[in-house]
Design a protein around this ligand. Sequence first.
Ligand code: ZN
Length: 108
Amino acid sequence: MYCPNCGSSINENAEICVHCGVNVLKFDTQVTVVKNDTPNMWVNILSLCCFPIIGVIIYFVWKDTQPKAAKAAIIYALFGIAIKIILMIFAFIIGLTAEMMDDSYYYE
Ligand SMILES: [Zn+2]
């Protein structure tokens, strides 16, 4: 690989550039921070309340460049899916209950 500071060719596993003395690992994390890797509130809200699929897509798009934001998006998406499933189960139970009440009404 190449030193991010001076551009010299250095060992793959080197932590410090032998040419300029810069800490290569430290440089790496600085580059990541610059990429604005923070959870995106709007993506999270959309994933949670309306379109969980957005969170899933965002996760695959961002997981290499913005792992933190991608992780937040997929978590909200999973929550959104879970909430939808719970609502469906509730609707199903309420539907069954209504049907049962209809039946008992008939037999009286
Ligand atoms: Zn260097």
